[in-house]
Design a protein around this ligand. Structure first.
Ligand code: NAD
Length: 261
């Protein structure tokens, strides 16, 4: 019996408690408080459309079409030149966009904001939002409610970008750019070359950490080649100063934080 229980537990991960309440609360905070220009959005309808995508369904076989009504319901435009993608650099990207309020990561838009850091799923046997155990995404369960959601909203976020777009990458990990990431597999390929003329990459390094990759490395060359093939110009900058200054809050004495650098 114990072996069975352990196997079941190991193949699941904890979903977030009270997903519906959190999503509704975040929607109200975002539309009433943070972005009052969106105060006419109907958060109860947004919540119902969100949960309808996956409740009562097989938690391993959610489709992009399941989330289409939500995508159609929540239309929000990010101004040109203000889109910030990120990969392996979530915390710094959000700290930066939290200060440079003109810039929008996906999680600074309503759809990204309501779902960030949550895990959710449905169950064919009930019409409830599961809040205890949701299956891990793996080769036998590739299309979970959470992962399909991020694929769909990331695609939409990239499709609607315009002007110069930015991406913050992490040069302290193995590779700054990975074709397997959502940025490398979804966002890059859904930029519209007729609207997006330039992708600007910032490769950031942890202060006091290793510098494993940089703008001169082969992963950035690969990114440049993918982007140029799509008729979009590409620029890369190591340790973009304004983002470095955000890192400097925790390391004020580091030489790279000096104004003389
Ligand atoms: P990353 O490798 O740093 O992944 C970011 C986080 O999202 C990780 O915790 C990862 O496990 C998770 N994640 C990534 N793709 C996922 C998916 N399809 N399903 C479930 N979880 C997933 O960076 P990345 O893969 O390039 O993703 C970041 C980019 O894509 C950003 O530009 C953002 O717009 C978007 N995105 C955001 C989230 C999020 O959790 N807020 C998740 C996926 C994608």
């Amino acid at each position: 019996i114990w072996v069975g229980v352990l196997t079941w537990r190991q193949s699941s991960m904890g979903a977030t408690d009270h997903v519906s309440a959190i999503v509704l609360g975040r929607c109200l905070t975002y539309t009433r408080n943070m972005h009052p220009e969106l105060r006419n959005q109907d958060c109860k309808k947004i919540l119902n459309t969100f949960t309808s995508a996956f409740v009562s369904k097989d938690p391993c076989n959610i489709t992009k079409e399941d989330y289409q009504p939500l995508i159609d319901l929540v239309t929000q435009t990010v101004p040109c030149n203000k889109t910030l993608f990120w990969s392996r650099s979530k915390e710094l990207a959000h700290q930066y966009s939290g200060i440079q309020k003109e810039m929008f990561t996906l999680e600074d838009t309503l759809l990204g904001y309501i779902a960030d850091n949550l895990v959710w799923c449905g169950d064919p046997r009930t019409s409830e939002v599961k809040e205890e155990f949701c299956p891990y995404r793996n080769e036998n369960c590739s299309s979970t409610a959470t992962s399909v959601f991020w694929t769909v909203v990331s695609q939409k976020f990239a499709e609607s970008a315009c002007g110069t777009v930015y991406v913050m990458l992490n040069g302290s990990g193995t590779t700054a750019f990975s074709k397997a990431s959502t940025f490398g597999s979804v966002e890059v390929f859904n930029l519209h070359p007729d609207r997006v003329h330039t992708l600007h990459a910032w490769v950031m390094h942890d202060i006091g950490g290793v510098e494993r990759d940089s703008c001169l490395g082969s992963s950035i060359k690969e990114l440049k080649s993918i982007v140029n093939q799509r008729n979009i110009s590409f620029f890369c900058q190591d340790d973009y100063r304004p983002a470095r200054f955000v890192q400097c809050v925790r390391h004020p004495e580091h030489p790279s934080c000096s104004v003389l650098m």
